[in-house]
Design a protein around this ligand. Structure first.
Ligand SMILES: Cc1ncc(COP(=O)(O)O)c(C=O)c1O
Length: 362
């Protein structure tokens, strides 16, 4: 039996930021070297559209292995190494990017690791992880992400001495997005046009674990108390959906868990969510193509979804407002190929939906 998803306490504002314990960094030089390359990612101002809010996006593919999940991997491993100096084996599940980050970080640190993920990962990515020494275990992709999590719970039960990182419940994940992603974003927004933006009206982010959405929003609202939280998930399985988990293609890194389950970090802060939006996989690819045409950035499908949602919110808020969002990764080769194969009409018609899958007016 897998443990039910339970919730941790809300992030403790007094807790030290992950990765700041000098004793842990001194014991593990590879961790210090990863930390030196992590974060401080650039923020871009997206091209302005007359009558719409300004949009700023934080470009997370500048992290060491190319995604926002490097922050999560670093936080989870720092947390582990602050409690155990010599773990027998690290165990975790992943939608893809966290596995790439953990595989690299564990190889650098010489930590044995077992990573469980769905079978949609490209053979090249799996081969790379295996060449770094990772024990990669694949779960049939048609069963959906919940099956991947269940497989990890069962493995953790069979191997109680392994260190199960448990990204959905380990609050080091939430905390790094508050002290890292969100705190950096605030500083960067305070430098826009020399004097900084006067307010931030909305923060738009997709939910994987919800670490990015809730953690970064926590940092932003400390300085911009009116900032709305806008949550985005795939239309094929929105956040909190009562539908069964499914293996339908979805934009990267995100999604509901099915059967009415909710990501604990988000469930704990649900009253802060101003709007829940969803984006179909095909539309996230169309958006990726729009971002490339308008900004020259080859962003991934979740960045495409965030862009569509941010544009939608920017239209509603009007020209005096400011919207902040994240671009979690760059396009994978398969996302890029699929996006480039779309026709002009599909690209132009990409839409944002409400949480029931209905097209939502701007
Ligand atoms: C590629 C990728 N990784 C991670 C995330 C977010 O993950 P989390 O909610 O766990 O912070 C997203 C969400 O947009 C994503 O697209």
């Amino acid at each position: 039996m897998q443990p039910a998803l339970k919730s941790w306490l809300p992030a403790d504002p007094g807790a030290p930021a992950p990765g700041t314990d000098p004793a842990v960094l001194a014991r593990h030089p590879a961790l210090a070297s990863f930390a030196a390359r992590l974060g401080n990612t650039p923020v871009v101002a997206l091209p302005r559209v007359a009558g719409e809010a300004r949009i700023f996006a934080k470009c997370e593919w500048f992290n060491p292995t190319g995604s926002i999940k490097d922050r999560t991997a670093f936080a989870l491993v720092c947390d582990l190494l602050s409690r155990t100096s010599c773990p027998e084996r690290v165990l975790e599940y992943s939608g893809g990017n966290l596995a790439v980050s953990l595989s690299r970080l564990c190889a650098d640190l010489g930590l044995a690791n077992t990573l469980i993920m769905a079978s949609f990962m490209s053979p090249a990515a799996i081969a790379d992880m295996r060449s770094l020494g990772t024990d990669v275990r694949l779960v049939d992709k048609s069963l959906g992400f919940w099956a991947v999590m269940e497989a990890a719970y069962q493995t953790a039960e069979r191997h109680p001495h392994w260190s199960f990182l448990h990204q959905h419940e380990n609050r080091a994940n939430l905390r790094i997005h508050e002290t890292g992603t969100g705190a950096e974003f605030v500083k960067q927004l305070q430098r826009v046009d020399g004097q900084g933006v006067s307010d931030v009206d909305a923060f738009v982010a997709s939910i994987g674990t919800g670490g990015t959405l809730v953690g970064a929003h926590t940092a932003l609202r400390r300085v911009y108390p009116r900032v709305q939280m806008i949550a985005v998930t795939p239309a094929e399985l929105p956040y909190g959906s009562a539908a069964l988990p499914n293996g339908l293609p979805k934009y990267a890194g995100s999604g509901g868990l099915g059967n009415g389950r909710k990501q604990p970090f988000v469930a704990d802060h649900e009253t802060r969510i101003a709007r829940k939006l969803t984006v179909r996989f095909q539309d996230s690819l169309a958006a990726l193509s729009q971002v490339y045409a308008q900004c020259g950035l080859r962003v991934g499908s979740s960045a495409g979804a965030n862009w569509l949602a941010a544009r939608h919110v920017a239209r509603r808020l009007g020209p005096d407002a400011v919207v902040a969002t994240v671009f979690p990764s760059a396009a994978t080769p398969s996302e890029w190929t699929a996006a480039m194969a779309l026709n002009k009409r599909d690209i132009a018609n990409a839409a944002v939906l409400d949480e029931n899958g209905e097209e939502t007016a701007p």
